[in-house]
Design a protein around this ligand. Structure first.
Ligand SMILES: Nc1ncnc2c1ncn2[C@@H]1O[C@H](COP(=O)(O)OP(=O)(O)O)[C@@H](O)[C@H]1O
Ligand SMILES: [Mg+2]
Length: 446
C-alpha cells in the first residue's frame, strides 16, 4: 500500500462512529480510533504494546487462534459498558490480525432510563385522567318505584354490558345523564374514561375541533403539536353526547361518518385514527319530529337509537315525588303534609332537578327541621296560593300571568331556538313573534 492509501484507510477508521481496535498476528495493538478511547477509556499509548498486557480479560487474541468471529460480547470496565464485535483479519487464507469494533451502552442505558421515567409519567397521567373522568352516579342512585322506570333501568343494566349505542330521551332534569353515567359504571369500560359533551354548550365554530381534534397549523391559533379531540380522549371508554338534537346537520354528518368508519381524522390531517368508543346520546327534543322537519339526519338517528331509553317526566310518575322528597330531605327533618300534597300535585317542568333544588332550598330556609309552605321558594309559594288555596282571592292579572307563563314554559320546551321555529310557535299561540319575545323576556324564559 502506498502512503496515500494508508492515510485514506486511517482517515476512514478515525472518522467511524464505533470504537475500533486492531491487533496484529502477534497480538500487538496496531491502531485504535478516537471513538475507542471515548467508549472504553483506553488511550492511544496502548499502540505498539501487547493487548493482553493492558487488558488481561481481552478475548480478541483468541480470535487470532480460532479464526472465529464473536458478535455482541458484553463488556464492563472502569464503569463503562459496551458491546464488542470481534473478527479475524484474513489475507490469502491466513490470519494476519484481528479487529474489535465496540458500541457504547451508556447512551442506550440513559435512553432506557429516560424511557422508563416517561412511561411512569404516562401511567400516572392515565390514572389521574381516569379519576377525572370517572362517573359519579350508579344505578343505585336512581330513585324510582315507577314500573316503567324499573323496566328502563333493567334494560339499561342489560345493555350496559354490550357495546350497543344507546339513545336516552326525556325532558330536562329527568335523569338522562344519571342513566348515562350508570351505564358506563356498569359496563366493562368502567375503568376507562367517561367523556360527557354537551353539544348545545360548545360554540358552533369550535365543535368540530373539540370533537375530532386538529393538526398543528390547521388554522390560525391552533395549538403547537395539534390537539386530540373528545372522541380520542374517550378511546376505550364511553362518549356521552348530551343534547345531540342541538347539533347542526353538518356536524351530524361528520359524527355519522365516525360511527360508520370506527375511526376519526383530525382536522387538517390525512391519517385515520382507529377509535374504540361506546356512544351514549341524549336529548330532550323529539328527534322523529326533527327528522320530519329536516333538522335531524335519520341515518344518525337509527344508528344511535339501537337501544332506546325514554324517561317519563316526573309528572307522569307522581308516586316518585314523595319518594324523592324523603330521600333528599335529611333524616331528622319532617315535611308538612300540605307541602307533600302540594309538591306531588305540582307540574315540575324542570323534573327531578327542579324538585331537588326546591327541597335543598327549603331545608336551608327552615330553622326547626320542619318544612312548611313558607319555606318553599317564592315562585312556588305564589303558585301554592294560586292553585292550592281555593278560598283565597288574588288579583286577576297575577293569575293570568301565572297561567300564561306556564303555557309558554311548556311550549318552549318543544321548539328550537331558531327564528323560524319560534315564528311557527307564535302562530300556533295566535300572537306575533314580537309579542312572543316580549312575553319570554317578561317571564324570563329562554
Ligand atoms: N330518578 C332520580 N333519582 C334521584 N335523582 C335523580 C333522578 N333523576 C334525576 N336525578 C337528579 O336530578 C338532577 C338532574 O339529572 P340529570 O341526569 O342531569 O338530568 P338530565 O340530564 O335529564 O337533564 C341530578 O342531580 C340527578 O342526580
Ligand atoms: Mg342533562
Amino acid at each position: 500500500m502506498d502512503i496515500q492509501t494508508v492515510a485514506w484507510w486511517k482517515a476512514i477508521v478515525e472518522s467511524m462512529n464505533d470504537g475500533v481496535l486492531v491487533i496484529d498476528r502477534a497480538g500487538i495493538v496496531r491502531t485504535i480510533n478516537p471513538e475507542y478511547t471515548n467508549i472504553t477509556g483506553v488511550t492511544p499509548d496502548i499502540i505498539g504494546k501487547p493487548l493482553v498486557a493492558y487488558r488481561p480479560g481481552a478475548q480478541l487474541p483468541k480470535t487470532l487462534i480460532d479464526g472465529e468471529s464473536r458478535v455482541g460480547v458484553y463488556r464492563k470496565a472502569r464503569g463503562r459498558e459496551y458491546v464488542v464485535d470481534m473478527a479475524p483479519i484474513i489475507v490469502d487464507g491466513e490470519i494476519i490480525g484481528a479487529v474489535s469494533v465496540c458500541k457504547s451502552l451508556n447512551e442506550v442505558h440513559t435512553l432506557t432510563q429516560e424511557l422508563a421515567k416517561q412511561q411512569e409519567t404516562v401511567a400516572e397521567l392515565k390514572k389521574q385522567m381516569r379519576s377525572i373522568y370517572k362517573v359519579k352516579y350508579t344505578f343505585e342512585d336512581i330513585i324510582s318505584q315507577d314500573s316503567k322506570m324499573r323496566d328502563l333501568i333493567s334494560i339499561a343494566k342489560k345493555t350496559a354490558l354490550t357495546n350497543l349505542p344507546i339513545l336516552i330521551t326525556g325532558e330536562s332534569g329527568t335523569g338522562k345523564e344519571l342513566f348515562a353515567q350508570s351505564i358506563h359504571h356498569t359496563s366493562l369500560r368502567t375503568n376507562e374514561p367517561f367523556i360527557a359533551v354537551n353539544c348545545s354548550a360548545i360554540p358552533v365554530t369550535s365543535i368540530e375541533n373539540e370533537l375530532f381534534g386538529y393538526a398543528e397549523g390547521a388554522f390560525v391559533g391552533a395549538l403547537q403539536g395539534g390537539k386530540s379531540g373528545l372522541f380520542e380522549m374517550a378511546d376505550g371508554g364511553t362518549l356521552f353526547l348530551d343534547e345531540i338534537g342541538d347539533l347542526s346537520m353538518d356536524v351530524q354528518a361528520k359524527i355519522l361518518r365516525v360511527l360508520q368508519e370506527g375511526s376519526i381524522r383530525r382536522i387538517g390531517e390525512v391519517v385515520e385514527r382507529k377509535i374504540n368508543v361506546r356512544i351514549v346520546a341524549a336529548t330532550h327534543r323529539d328527534l322523529r319530529q326533527m327528522i320530519a322537519k329536516d333538522l335531524f339526519r335519520s341515518e344518525l338517528f337509527y344508528r344511535l337509537n339501537v337501544v332506546s331509553i325514554q324517561i317519563p317526566s316526573l309528572r307522569e310518575r307522581k308516586l316518585d315525588i314523595p319518594l324523592i322528597i324523603n330521600s333528599v330531605t335529611p333524616q331528622s327533618y319532617t315535611v308538612d303534609e300540605e307541602v307533600m300534597n302540594f309538591l306531588t300535585s305540582y307540574d315540575w317542568p324542570g323534573n327531578v332537578r327542579e324538585l331537588r333544588n326546591v327541597i335543598d332550598f327549603a331545608v336551608c330556609m327552615t330553622e326547626e327541621k320542619r318544612i312548611s309552605i313558607q319555606h318553599l321558594p317564592d315562585f312556588m309559594r305564589k303558585h301554592h296560593t294560586l292553585y292550592a288555596d281555593e278560598t283565597r282571592i288574588i288579583p286577576l292579572h297575577e293569575a293570568v300571568d301565572e297561567a300564561e307563563k306556564k303555557i309558554l314554559q311548556h311550549a318552549l320546551q318543544y321548539v328550537g331556538a331558531t327564528v323560524q321555529e319560534r315564528l311557527k310557535l307564535a302562530n300556533e299561540l295566535g300572537i306575533s313573534l314580537a309579542t312572543l319575545y316580549n312575553k319570554m323576556k317578561k317571564y324570563q324564559l329562554n
